[in-house]
Structure formats: structure tokens, C-alpha cells
Design a protein around this ligand. Structure first.
Ligand code: C5P
Length: 228
């Protein structure tokens, strides 16, 4: 990071670890910008599905990712003229996102777009490879985890609350399959950065997790000042 680059807090971890909510609250507490990088992979998958492009057609999906007509405005996600805020959260789109995310052309196409979110006064970036690949110079890095069972239970509650049907054992199996794919892929696999704080939220609520991230950021800031 150059002296003038706005600070980045990288929050990575598997699906439903709570990192999205934690990252959003940390960003709000600090008045920082927020990047939901998973939404970009979800939008890429949704766009491929809409265009009838096979999710393993690397060249075609990479092209879609490079030219994604996506905008985020006040909590609403647009793909061209269409409000896709709910559509990108569907389980099938999450599955598709995890598939297209394994394609190097897709990851490369989304790299600059993600880095463009780094603006003053700072950025909280939520994803899988924020601390390892996209913002390796982030001032603070956190890796949020929780057991697959705890994460499946959270997803189950969210689905039921929204009036959807859900099957807990199937969600645990999906969660494990997606973790395995995200962890095993050759490019930007899901893994904590060497200098990340590991935070297990299996038995931790959202607010204590937010406070821990904020305290970690303060500590990292103080440490980086000492190093200057
Ligand atoms: O975080 P979310 O569940 O919305 O991400 C959807 C999928 O996108 C993940 O399962 C993962 O495969 C992929 N992803 C990624 N790198 C990121 C963010 C998401 O590979 N930085």
C-alpha cells in the first residue's frame, strides 16, 4: 500500500460464516465503503444462466464477467435494467457462482473491478480471497469461520424466514460441497492469509464478532504506524 492508498479491511471465509453481515456492520461503524465480492461472482453466474452460456465455458463466461452491466445502489443490485437483488441470493445461483469462480478467466476479469472499490476513507472487502489475492496489502485481515452445521443452520433459518422450503441435511451437504470446491480450486482457493486473524463464530453472535474485527483493525493500525 502506498502512503496515500485508502486502508482496506479484508474479511474472508466460507459461505454463511456471517462475514457478509459482519463486514457490512464494520463498514457502517467506520463510515467505509463496502465490497460484497461474492455478489460479482453471483451476478456472473446469473448472467451466464440468462444468456444460456454453459457455466464451464471459460471464454464465454469470462467475457460476460468482463462486461458485466452491474450496479449497486442503496442495497439494490441491478443487472442492466433488472433488479436482481433477490435473484442472486437463490441457492442455484450460489452454486453457479462457486462453479464460475473456479475459472481463472473469470477471476482475472473481476480483479480490477474489485480493486476500484478501494476509495477514501477506506474499504471493507468481503469474500474468499480479499486478503490473499485482491488486497494482499490490506491493513487488517480476518478469516471468519464456523462449523458447516452451524452455517447450514443459519442458512436454514434465513430460508424459512423468507417463506422458502429448506432441508437441513441437504444444506449441510451443499455447504460441504461448496467449501470443498472453493478450497480445492487451483486459483485463489479459500484459505486464510498467513497474517489473518482467525475468528470462529460457531458460538459467537454477530455483534461480538463486529467488535472483535474493529478491535483488530485498531491494533493493526497502531502496529502499522509503529512500523512507519
Ligand atoms: O459469498 P457468496 O456466498 O456470495 O459467494 C458466492 C460464491 O462466489 C462462493 O461460493 C465462491 O465460490 C465465490 N467467491 C469467490 N471469491 C470471492 C467471493 C466469492 O470465489 N472473493
Amino acid at each position: 500500500m502506498t502512503r496515500s492508498s485508502p486502508p482496506v479491511i479484508a474479511i474472508d471465509g466460507p459461505s454463511a460464516s456471517g462475514k457478509g453481515t459482519v463486514a457490512e456492520r464494520v463498514a457502517a461503524a467506520l463510515g467505509f465503503h463496502f465490497l460484497d465480492s461474492g455478489a460479482l461472482y453471483r451476478l456472473t453466474a446469473l448472467s451466464a444462466m440468462k444468456h444460456g452460456v454453459a457455466l464451464d465455458d471459460e471464454a464465454a463466461v469470462g467475457q460476460l464477467a468482463a462486461t458485466l452491466p452491474a450496479t449497486f445502489r442503496g442495497g439494490v443490485v441491478w443487472l442492466a435494467e433488472e433488479n436482481v437483488t433477490d435473484a442472486i441470493r437463490a441457492e442455484a445461483v450460489g452454486e453457479g457462482a462457486s462453479k464460475v469462480a473456479a475459472l481463472p478467466a473469470v477471476r482475472a476479469a473481476l480483479l480490477d473491478r474489485q480493486r476500484a472499490y478501494r476509495q477514501a476513507p477506506g474499504l471493507v472487502a468481503d469474500g474468499r480471497d480479499m486478503g490473499t489475492v485482491v488486497f494482499p496489502d490490506a491493513v487488517a485481515k480476518v478469516f471468519l469461520t464456523a462449523s458447516a452445521e452451524a452455517r447450514a443452520e443459519r442458512r436454514y433459518k434465513q430460508l424459512i424466514e423468507k417463506g422458502n422450503s429448506a432441508n437441513l441435511p441437504a444444506l449441510v451437504a451443499d455447504m460441504q460441497a461448496r467449501d470443498a470446491r472453493d478450497t480445492a480450486r487451483a486459483v485463489a482457493p479459500l484459505k486464510p492469509a498467513a497474517d489473518a486473524l482467525l475468528l470462529d463464530t460457531t458460538h459467537m453472535g454477530i455483534e461480538p464478532a463486529v467488535q472483535k474485527v474493529l478491535a483488530h483493525y485498531d491494533w493493526c493500525k497502531a502496529r502499522s504506524k509503529q512500523g512507519n
